[in-house]
Write a protein that binds this ligand. Sequence first.
Ligand SMILES: Nc1ncnc2c1ncn2[C@@H]1O[C@H](COP(=O)(O)OP(=O)(O)OP(=O)(O)O)[C@@H](O)[C@H]1O
Length: 548
Amino acid sequence: MEFAEFAERAGDIEGLSADTDIIKAVTDLLASANDDLEVLARFVQGRVFPAWDSTTLDIGPNYCYAAIARAAGQNVSADDVENRLAEMGDIGEVAGSYDFGGQQGLAAFGAGREELTVAEVANELETLAGVEGTGSQDTKIDILFGLFNRTSTQEARYLARLVLSEMRIGVGEGTVRDAIAGAFDVPVEAAERALQVSNDYGRVARVARDEGHSGLADLQLEVGRPVQAMLAQAGTVTDALYDWEEAGIEWKFDGARVQIHYDGEEVSVFSRNMEDVTAALPEIAEYTRENLSVPAIVDGEVVAMDDGEPLPFQEILRRFRRKHDVARAREQVAVELRAFDCLHADGEDLLTVPLTERHDRLRAILSGGVSALTVTGDADEIAEIEANALDAGHEGIMLKNPESTYSPGRRGKNWLKRKPDVETLDLVVTGAEWGEGRRASFLGTFLLSARTEDGEFETLGKVATGITDEELAELTELLEPHIAAQDGQTVDISPRIVFEVGYEEIQQSPTYSSGYALRFPRFLGVRDDKSPEDADSLARVERLAESQ
Ligand SMILES: Nc1ncnc2c1ncn2[C@@H]1O[C@H](COP(=O)(O)OP(=O)(O)OP(=O)(O)O)[C@@H](O)[C@H]1O
């Protein structure tokens, strides 16, 4: 398919508001995709790579502005692009507002433009992602420039949004799942299951088309390809015992989530974001290689113990981020595994096997480092386990339905978390202000937003307290590449980074776009194991505000 046609259809989809119309348009797109099916199933969601693949384009907005500026001609600078963005608020609109060099140049010679195809865009972006080493950013700008230079207004609009992961045409994962089912006449549940195990929309679309329902049913977990983690809701012991009579109780370890894949020789460790963190956590890889008896996919928490007490969560995340000098980091903060689930063992997928059996299986294949799971209906016994967990410095307990299957990516009712401490919120940074005086070169005040159901972000406060000078420098380094626009001291930041914040109270307030404001917000840390889609929702903020 020509990229122009994709852009045309993306434009049509963006103009639709009813979910059914959007699903119908995506269904038509997939049904007519031919060889580009895999790519289109991703592009329409604004994804370049499959969800299991942690490859990124690794190109900050500034480089994208530079490529757009170059394609727009000599009189346009990256700053001009950024200024237009500040006015227009959408990189797609900005890219579409220029006449790119290629269009005019070729038109002047009366020649037609060589049409970009969807496959070419996918290939070029793959090449761009693979560029490494010195001068890599220049090469990336060259590749992007080459693409923009060949785009029409409409193509430029969607190329820019694709590159910056800001497609925003109202197509979410559920839409593509329903469209796959509609386009290739397979049950939605079969598409859903296949997506859970493969984590790859392109592949599921292709299998649905070429091999139908039975092909989807044959898709299995693959060791080495991460799947989304099963998630928990906040809940109480009363809820758990009322619903299930007996609950599986474990400590809620104060650490960071990992998914470990062992193929019998090599181990890969993935974070909650499905990023490959194997190199950063060599002791986890060594431990599982030595202690797992069969190929497996294991779910668990990484903790760092110091004198019998877990070190703060942020120290552990620092280990996850570490790229250089890992050996030294390991000496300073050694991490350990607390495994609590098993998704696959020795060639067999266990997603539909009940929790207690999965846990038995885990204990059978991993010698040591497995959580203790107590199945009980006795509230006193649960209270005792909770007291022990808190005494040991952990966060509280998890209450799990003993019969439940493993549902990847679901924040369902089968896992409940009970944390007696005050609630915190995980919010997305969408703006900031440069500091003053001694702190002028650092971003100092951070604007926080909650996620809405439509994937937008609504502001609810600013945090400036609880941050050391050293942290300010780190946060500036982390956020600067995501600055989307600047106006004096104030910057807009693309929603990429999640902060964990504490607060005293949530108030109704007209000051922020969410209609709420946090009283006394304080910075607790960066949740770089979470992406903006995992941040707290406005609905949760509303619930918390009501329950105060
Ligand atoms: N025994 C356990 N079973 C499951 N999850 C556990 C366990 N111990 C610790 N955890 C952690 O608790 C989290 C469960 O809460 P949830 O699914 O809401 O994730 P979260 O948003 O990261 O929550 P939180 O910020 O409370 O850790 C898991 O993601 C995991 O990291």
